[in-house]
Design a protein around this ligand. Structure first.
Ligand code: 5GP
Length: 199
């Protein structure tokens, strides 16, 4: 981190299957100085996921309590399946301690943070192309035609949200995207250099 650079909250969002989780895992692996929020979720852990590391795995009742007691900075139902939310206090503590802090959340959550923390930096992670996103979304080919169509429609709507963001990073190569993100967190947006590679 550059001396004297302000610590700032960065919100990373983007369409489903663009690779937000992989990019944030790369930041976690290479940049211990960056604090990454651990979300609470009502979904069950996948094999290898550790409570308190990948998520806080909580019951529906516990999630209800966190919402009622205003412990979450934002929360949303994702993929019509489970609730996910950002515990507020650790974010505030990281920022107060001067650490660069990052949230990796869905678009609904990013919009809520935009309302409550307008000073945050909103980063949209974009796929290299529409074709590549389709490949990542339906690549396994195990979904029904109806499910495939539903996912593609969601992706179209999600991609249209790019203009709501401060800056776009194109996820061509995971480590490269992660490094661009960390540079943004520590140095801010270069005034004369658009981050989008197309520009
Ligand atoms: P997964 O279940 O695959 O780990 O995550 C599913 C989705 O939930 C991803 O798009 C991820 O960005 C989103 N997500 C994870 N944590 C949060 C959170 O705290 N808030 C919101 N709004 N979305 C989240």
């Amino acid at each position: 981190m550059v001396d004297g650079a302000p610590s700032r909250l960065v919100v990373l969002a983007g369409p489903t299957a663009v690779g937000k989780g992989t990019v944030s895992a790369d930041v976690r692996a290479h940049h211990p100085e960056v604090w990454i929020s651990v979300s609470a979720t009502t979904r069950a852990p996948r094999p290898g996921e550790v409570d308190g590391v990948h998520y806080w795995f909580v019951s529906d009742e516990e999630f209800d309590r966190m919402v009622a007691e205003d412990e979450l900075l934002e929360w949303a139902v994702v993929h019509k399946a489970a609730r996910y939310g950002t515990p507020r206090k650790p974010v505030e503590e990281a920022l107060a301690a001067g650490r660069p802090a990052m949230l990796e959340i869905d678009l609904q959550g990013a919009r809520q943070v935009r309302q409550t923390m307008p000073g945050a930096l909103f980063v949209f992670l974009a796929p290299p192309s529409w074709e590549e996103l389709v490949r990542r979304l339906v690549g396994r080919g195990t979904e029904s035609e109806e499910e495939r169509e539903r996912r593609l429609e969601t992706a179209r709507v999600e991609l249209a949200a790019e203009s709501e963001f401060d800056v776009t990073i194109v996820n061509r190569e995971v480590h490269d995207a992660a490094e661009q993100l960390v540079t943004l967190m520590t140095l801010g947006i270069p005034s004369d250099t658009p981050m989008s590679e197309e520009a």
